[in-house]
Design a protein around this ligand. Structure first.
Ligand SMILES: O=C1O[C@H]([C@@H](O)CO)C(O)=C1O
Length: 544
């Protein structure tokens, strides 16, 4: 089946956490409408940009875009942005069942409210049929939210000295949160009685089993999600079935999705909290909440205090969940036994011309003005730096526990060109930031592929030692993975999807500050590019 959607992108006054703010909306909504389809369907979304003075581009997060690399929606990589007044049609297949998301991929626009969920049902009776059963289903999309505009945030990040975005004002569940209005200075901008910021309610019937699809598109925060009194069995991660394991609460990083099963087996005379809490950074934001409602409890808030989650700085707790996430025994897709090429990427916070930036092997990423896909197809060699970025760093001598000894870095828009069909390993090594005694969690997201997660460690990655302990038996396939503080994460993928693909930290501020790279593979196999991805108005695609 083909599903057609007509979207109008516009600014609207919204009060997701009871505080009025301009948000980028889809057909007046933030989050936007959930896209629902069945595996094998085609999605057609015509995006009309009514932002008046602002460009837009939309990325379909977790959808591999096989055969449609120009529909990945990554401004500067796969397309020119959609200009105000223009329309752009994204057409792509959803070839795998699972829980996915979409969001703006232009500047820091995702943080302005342009995001939503994609839910793809398994083809009935097919090889990807779900290896678990449930009676009902709910979806929870997690986010963090600031009252400052993304322009204030971006300008702050690019300033000397940098003005960091700081901790979010609110945590949102399905686009709703609740700010304490007494803390808002301006009269009339906070209204706690608006239905728009009422806690979302999820109904359950006693005795039944529910699937919760949970996604996070936070701009900054790693989150811990909990359903008070209801242990969760993890069954899906990023569209892949997981060997089931039970948690009382779930750590989820920006760009990840999970499905969990819960049994509605608690005292049905009351309600229970859904709670999201900041982890990995010292929390400065109240718990985000929603209500699990057994009918007898009506819509009323639970009688308890919302759960506050595990200790925010318990890295090993989160590490253990990462390691526990492996492929379901009946759905193991073994990785190729070895890679033809290995990239060792040191993640550091640096300074360039006084600006705080992030770098990989001391190169900070900047997006080119001409999208790579177009530049490469047309042989426009001057459109970006032709020198490939470095494949490794001084891994034997670099002390990841110290701030960078030489914080200076260079910036580049060069990319890694991969042999089509080759197997590539990437090891992401985390390190200390500019300030002493701190290393953050970075969720890395790869476009156009799922990768096998071969291993995690805390400390210095040693290429002579650690590959021997890789999980080649049942690694999970994912599109987003955490690199823990002072840790490393090893992943493997096949460069078998012709196109140009971004790979970056999914923290909005960090990609903006240069924390990403780009891969090209099989460019000669990319079909003729649709003119729509280039230029604007009547000159789009070089038409005259
Ligand atoms: O890039 C970042 O900058 C701040 C901090 O290092 C400086 O304020 C922070 O927490 C980041 O992740």
């Amino acid at each position: 089946a083909t599903h057609h959607h007509e979207w109008e992108i516009s600014y609207q006054f919204k009060s997701p956490d009871c505080v009025r703010k301009l948000a980028v909306t889809i057909n007046g909504q933030s989050p936007g409408p959930t896209i629902r389809a069945t595996q094998g369907d085609t999605i057609v979304v015509r995006v009309n940009n009514s932002l008046l003075t602002e460009n837009v581009a939309i990325h379909w997060h977790g959808i591999r875009q096989i055969g449609t690399p120009w529909a990945d929606g990554t401004e500067g990589v796969t397309q020119c942005p959609i200009l105000p007044g223009d329309a752009f049609t994204y057409t792509f297949a959803v070839d795998r069942p699972g829980t996915y998301m979409y969001h703006a991929h232009y500047g820091m626009q995702r943080s302005a409210g342009l995001y939503g969920m994609i839910i793809v049902a398994a083809a009935p009776g097919g090889p990807d049929a779900e290896p678990f059963a449930y009676d009902g289903e709910h979806a929870v999309l997690l986010n963090d939210w600031w009252h400052d505009s993304v322009y204030e945030q971006a300008a702050g990040l690019a300033s000397v000295p940098m003005r960091w975005v700081g901790e979010p004002h609110s945590l949102l569940l399905n686009g709703r949160g609740r700010f304490n209005c007494s803390a808002v200075a301006a009269e009339g901008t906070c209204n706690a009685t608006l239905p728009e910021c009422d806690a979302p309610v999820f109904d359950v019937v006693p005795g039944k089993t529910y699937r919760f699809r949970i996604g996070s598109l936070t701009s900054l925060c790693a989150l811990n999600f909990e359903i008070e009194g209801h242990p969760m069995t993890v069954v899906e991660a990023d569209g892949h079935y997981v060997k089931p394991f039970v948690v009382n609460n779930l750590n989820i990083y920006s760009g990840e999705t999970y499905s969990v099963l819960i049994k509605a087996n608690q005292d049905p005379s009351r309600n229970y909290w859904l709670a999201s809490n900041v982890v990995s950074r010292k929390p400065g934001t109240p718990t985000g909440t929603a209500i699990l409602s057994y009918a007898a409890g009506g819509r009323s808030p639970p009688p308890t205090t919302p759960p506050t989650g595990p200790a925010w700085n318990d890295t090993m707790y989160r590490f253990q969940q990462s390691v526990a996430t492996v492929a379901h025994p009946a759905h193991v897709e073994p990785p190729p036994p070895r890679a033809g090429r290995t990239l060792l990427l040191l993640n550091t916070q640096n300074k360039i011309d006084g600006r705080v930036r992030w770098a990989l092997n001391n190169v900070s990423f900047k997006l080119p003005h001409t999208p790579y896909l177009v530049a490469l197809k047309r042989g426009l060699l001057g459109a970006f730096d032709q020198r490939p970025p470095p494949e490794t760093y001084e891994h034997q001598s670099y002390n990841i526990y110290d701030p960078p000894p030489n914080p200076n870095a260079t910036s580049s828009d060069g990319l890694y060109r991969l042999a089509f069909g080759s197997v590539v390993d990437v090891v992401l090594q985390n390190a200390n930031m500019l300030a002493a005694n701190n290393s953050e969690t970075h969720p890395w997201h790869l476009h156009g592929h799922d990768f096998w997660v071969l291993g995690y460690g805390i400390g210095r990655f040693d290429p002579a030692v650690h590959p021997a302990s890789y999980n080649l038996k049942d690694p999970i396939l994912k599109n987003t993975v955490a690199v823990h503080p002072y840790g490393w994460t090893a992943l493997r993928f096949k460069a078998d999807n012709p196109g140009v693909w971004a790979f970056h930290c999914h923290i909005e501020a960090h990609f903006f500050m240069g924390m990403g790279i780009v891969f090209e593979e099989g460019l000669e196999r990319v079909a003729e590019l649709p003119g729509e991805i280039m230029g604007c108005g009547k000159t789009k695609g070089g038409r005259h």
